[in-house]
Design a protein around this ligand. Structure first.
Ligand code: FMN
Length: 196
């Protein structure tokens, strides 16, 4: 097959977008997005996931008030909360694959999105807390409490792990990608240090 980077262009253009128009998203579109999410790869085909689609403004508002890095949820017409049963050691990978399927399928419907971190990592309360670059991440003292509150808002069983919340909406916003170049990250056959 000849190389045509147009094929992958829609994926390469996907950026995390955090402001949306107020237009609602059709229920059928949201259902199809979750249908794509449930088809993601999953270790041993365990499919540990559950998806809560939130379109209720008051619930979006509540989530935005609790999630310290998701305040823009209040302005999104919808989000999908990805939760996983922890009966598989690969629940984070499985839930992450499903999350990416949500982002990709949403884009095919002309929607923009942002992956909002779940409960695996700490939530950073403000800029005074280091973003763990080169250092072990700091777990916030109130972290477990925050996660429980998020799950309570959507009546999710506490034993499920919150993997991500994906905000969704129509938007005219776009950003230039600031990404490491292909030549730097791609290694053929064996790892080679670049630019040394
Ligand atoms: C695991 C994970 C957690 C993230 N958590 C948040 C978050 O809590 N809030 C947020 O605004 N963006 C979050 N993001 C989005 C990243 O900030 C974003 O992907 C990154 O800055 C690169 O920008 P781009 O997606 O536009 O290329 C998260 C992304 C990933 C993969």
């Amino acid at each position: 097959m000849s190389i045509n980077s147009e094929r992958t262009a829609f994926m390469k253009d996907i950026r995390s977008i955090r402001s949306y128009k107020s237009d609602p998203i059709d229920k059928e579109i949201l259902m199809d997005i979750v249908d794509a999410a449930r088809m993601a790869p999953t270790a041993r085909n365990i499919q540990p996931w559950e998806f809560v689609v939130v379109t209720d403004k008051s619930i979006l508002q509540e989530l935005s008030e609790i999630h310290v890095n998701g305040d823009f949820l209040k302005d999104a017409p919808a989000c999908v909360v990805v939760l996983c049963n922890t009966n598989t050691e690969y629940f984070v990978e499985d839930g992450s694959a499903a999350t990416q399927n949500i982002i990709l399928s949403a884009r095919l419907y002309g929607l923009k999105s942002c992956w909002i971190g779940g409960c695996k990592g700490p939530f950073y309360e403000n800029e005074d807390i280091p973003m763990c670059e080169g250092e072990p991440c700091q777990i916030l003292p109130l972290y477990d409490d925050l996660c429980s509150k998020l799950k309570d808002i959507i009546n999710a069983p506490r034993e499920l792990e919150l993997i991500s919340i994906v905000s969704l909406g129509y938007s005219d916003e776009s950003f230039e990608a600031d990404k490491r170049p292909l030549e730097e990250v791609l290694h053929w056959d064996s790892f080679k240090e670049k630019n040394k």
